[in-house]
Design a protein around this ligand. Sequence first.
Ligand code: B1M
Length: 224
Amino acid sequence: MVTKEEVISKFKEAIINGNEEEAVKWAKESISIGLDAYEMITKYGGEAMEVISKMYEERKIFVPEVLLAANALTSAIEVLRPHIKVEKTKVPAKIVLGVVEGDIHDIGKNLVKIMLSSAGFEVIDLGRDVPLQKFVDVAKEVKADVIGMSALMSTTMPGMKKVIDMLKEAGIRDKVAVIVGGGPVTPEWAQSIGADARPKDASAAVGITKQLVEELRKRRGESW
Ligand code: B1M
């Protein structure tokens, strides 16, 4: 009989080693012994990725190993995903979501998508490395309530500000809420570029989106 600690440790080890099969195996095991699916991804998966990040910075591993670890975590997320508990919202809303141009880190964004869609929001996923103008064009086209942007690199973060400026230029900044997130994105930076919120993680994105949509609805009186 394996303990919870052993399962968590094996799960992290599998991700760090980029062993997809093992990561899936321990993800399944975690569910069968009652560990929390969301915590397995964000806390323990996140910790494994931090180890990977440090090893990469210390040049002990290189991009191919980082990619293998990312793939192992992605496959584990697929197993854990149906077991994530999210409270359903009664606030209908459309969210246009994507990773900004130049950035292909999409695990966090995919997690945000899982949480928002599980909560009942309609998510239009633009994917990763999304041309900035596309956020604005699609938001207009679908009459989005919220634009969600993710960035994992300091070099791609400025794209978020550009999108907000484009929304202003298009005259629709007050019609849509903007949330931003990702490793280097701080609340202070989010505020400085004029975003409405910076949820610290995918779970926080649900409550914040609900609150922003309620405020938006009152402000714009449903007319887009
Ligand atoms: Co790269 N990478 N990477 N990488 N990578 C980082 C980001 C880096 C910090 C590693 C390091 O140097 N220590 C560094 C960036 C440094 C910087 O900012 N200047 C870096 C680099 C340099 C690069 C390359 C340039 C390497 C190269 O080619 N020489 C290259 C860039 C490619 C590109 O984007 N153009 C690159 C490539 C890759 C891989 C493809 C190999 C792979 C990505 C695979 C994929 O995503 N499909 C990869 C990975 C895996 C990482 C690290 C190790 C892990 C990222 C991750 O998935 N974390 C990362 C190190 C790190 O982040 N510390 C690193 C787990 C994930 C669940 O967390 O995405 O933070 P995260 O999401 C969190 C929160 O941030 C939040 O919610 C999630 C938790 O619930 N959140 C949001 C995220 N988005 C949100 C949006 C919201 C709200 C919350 O609202 C809209």
